[in-house]
Design a protein around this ligand. Structure first.
Ligand SMILES: [Zn+2]
Length: 462
């Protein structure tokens, strides 16, 4: 059988995506990728994100109303709250030339220009602070989409002609610029972020997750495409229709299907320099209303249901939420909780560390940075590239988990005896007056939820 180069590239891409996904499911990480969450029971909620604004460019050609204002008006009309994934400005992304309309390079060959080439002053928080104020006054949420909307790293295919930021430090600098602008001008602290064009890797071998770890952000993804970015099919009314039909079909097939999902929308023009979103949005919201959905910000969605696979009404869920709120790292990078998964000693090390301590800052930084330059690993079986290396050496040094001489056995499942010893050691270390936990006497391995149920009172007391 022979394959064309395109087919080969596609299948290589698919394989590497699958590998990445599998890896994300295995790593406890302070930066979770929020794509969707487990349906909150007893109600229907959905979130919507609006990328690339704010935008003062006309909602429709010749229209007096700006795009962001039009979206805000519609959201208000339906009592809906959006998450606006804003940029700072693309005004510095020159010299450049305009690309072909209806392609990914429509707004520029080397860079993106929002809302369009040569009209950069009409978009972005740095140019349109009044629109940012209106977004916040409407009760909506903001997310960091990069000050300059420059890709975090190279892209081989669709965005091959694009310039990208030189390294991780430059990515963090770009994020900080927007973060500080929003904090200083509006007293608003950004907590969520999405990389331009979802290009995650940096040129120096790091990723968006490292940058977001440094910023204390969660990774904002989406699970349902609102479709407003696509090139026009040549008929504007059909473009609008094409944004409404998939939603109508999904809801007709299963009215609960959108519960806990995040819908991707644009606060900018599509590849044909039009904004069908302003005519599709009222119809999408009308549909959601008909099916009894509440449209909330992503943060509100997360407060109702934080993970993809944990029923928020589970008796332990509230404790887990409290721990997460104060910064404990309890879930995997793909935002799964995997309550039934057996707990390893390496994971126990990560889960035991109290945030806020000086040491924890270092550990969190290292957790987010798999590439470490520590040449003297504490244990023979924990190489520096083990993502939990820093947490392991710290918990072992504090006597929270016992090592066996030069070996830690990070992948071995934890026993009930070890959970009990960790709780006792925590009490001793931090002078907590809590009773010793009662744990089952059998030696069967412990799952994550059961372990947290026992450890939560000790961790919450820290
Ligand atoms: Zn974007």
């Amino acid at each position: 059988m022979r394959f064309s180069p395109v087919e080969l590239a596609r299948s290589a891409n698919r394989l590497s995506k699958e590998r990445r996904k599998a890896q994300m499911r295995r790593h406890l990480h302070p930066v979770r990728r929020i794509e969707r969450v487990a349906p909150p029971p007893g109600r229907r909620v959905v979130a919507m994100t609006f990328d690339d604004g704010p935008c003062a460019g006309p909602a429709r050609p010749g229209d007096g109303q700006g795009l962001t204002e039009s979206l805000l008006k519609t959201l208000e009309q339906y009592g809906a709250r959006g998450t606006f994934d804003i940029i700072g400005t693309t005004a510095f992304n020159y010299p450049d030339r305009e690309g072909h309309l209806h392609t990914a390079r429509w707004s520029g060959v080397k860079h993106d220009h929002y809302p369009e080439f040569g009209r950069d002053e009409l978009a972005g928080a740095a140019n349109q602070p009044g629109l940012v104020r209106q977004i916040l006054d409407g009760g909506h949420e903001l997310a960091n989409h990069g000050y300059h909307h420059v890709a975090f790293g190279p892209s081989r295919f669709i965005y091959g002609s694009r310039e990208f930021l030189p390294n991780l430090a430059a990515v963090i600098e770009d994020l900080k610029q927007l973060h500080q602008l929003i904090e200083h001008s509006f007293g608003y602290r950004l907590k969520l972020a999405r990389p331009p064009h979802y290009i995650d890797h940096t040129a120096d071998g790091y990723s968006a997750y490292h940058a977001y770890c440094a910023m204390g952000y969660l990774y904002l993804a989406a699970s349902f495409d609102g479709g407003g970015w696509k090139p026009s099919c040549g008929d504007y009314r059909k473009d609008v229709e094409n944004m409404v039909t998939p939603l109508a079909r999904a809801l007709a097939a299963d009215p609960d299907s959108l519960n806990g999902q995040i819908i991707f929308q644009k606060d900018g023009y599509n590849m044909s320099k039009q904004s069908p979103v302003c005519d599709a949005l009222p119809r999408q919201l009308e549909l959601l209303k008909r099916y009894d959905y509440r449209v909330v910000t992503v943060s509100e969605l997360l407060s109702l249901s934080p993970y993809t696979d944990l029923d928020p009404s589970h008796p332990v869920a509230e404790k887990i939420r409290q721990l997460e709120r104060v910064g404990f790292v309890l879930a995997y990078m793909d935002n799964s909780f995997q309550p039934e998964r057996l707990l390893t000693r390496g994971e126990l090390a990560v889960m035991l560390l109290k945030p806020g301590l000086e040491e924890m800052k270092e550990v969190r930084a290292k957790l987010g940075t798999c590439r470490q330059n520590d040449n003297s690993p504490a244990f023979k079986d924990v190489p520096p590239q083990n993502p939990y290396a820093a947490a392991i050496s710290r918990t072992a040094a504090l006597g929270l988990i016992q090592a066996r001489g030069e070996l830690f056995y990070p992948d071995r499942t934890a026993s009930w005896q070890e959970i009990k010893e960790a709780a006792i050691a925590l009490c001793r270390l931090l002078k907590l007056s809590l009773p010793t936990p009662t744990v089952p006497s059998h030696e069967r391995p412990v799952n994550r939820l059961a372990a947290l149920e026992v450890l939560a009172p000790y961790l919450l007391a820290l």
